[in-house]
Design a protein around this ligand. Structure first.
Ligand code: FES
Length: 106
């Protein structure tokens, strides 16, 4: 079972922004949507764009390279040219710390 990794303190990520963290060697973008936190892999499934540097539009992030949209809540690809979801990671808050776990290989 993969360990929970602390990625930020609560309050460190402003609403409407995100932080990239290393979770067991995987770049994970942790978003704050109005006080709710979500973690997806910081990789666009079209051609590897870094989603964390994309613009947020509600609960969607727009890949800065060719404009594919992904749901920050689920990782689902919502528009071309991306068709495959990016990974979504479980997230919890423990003692004021935001923690993420990559359980894909458990
Ligand atoms: S790399 Fe993201 S849309 Fe092309």
């Amino acid at each position: 079972m993969a360990d929970w990794i602390t990625v930020a303190a609560v309050g460190e990520i402003a609403p409407g922004s995100c932080k990239v963290a290393d979770v067991d060697g995987v770049a994970v973008a942790v978003f704050n949507l109005g006080g709710e936190y979500f973690a997806i892999e910081d990789v666009c499934t079209h051609d590897g764009g870094e989603l964390a540097s994309g613009e947020l539009d509600g609960d969607q992030v727009i890949c800065p390279r060719h404009g594919a949209r992904f749901c920050v809540r689920t990782g689902d690809a919502l528009s071309a040219p991306a068709y495959e979801p990016t990974a979504r990671f479980p997230l919890r808050i423990e003692d004021g710390q935001i923690q993420v776990r990559d359980e894909r290989w458990d």
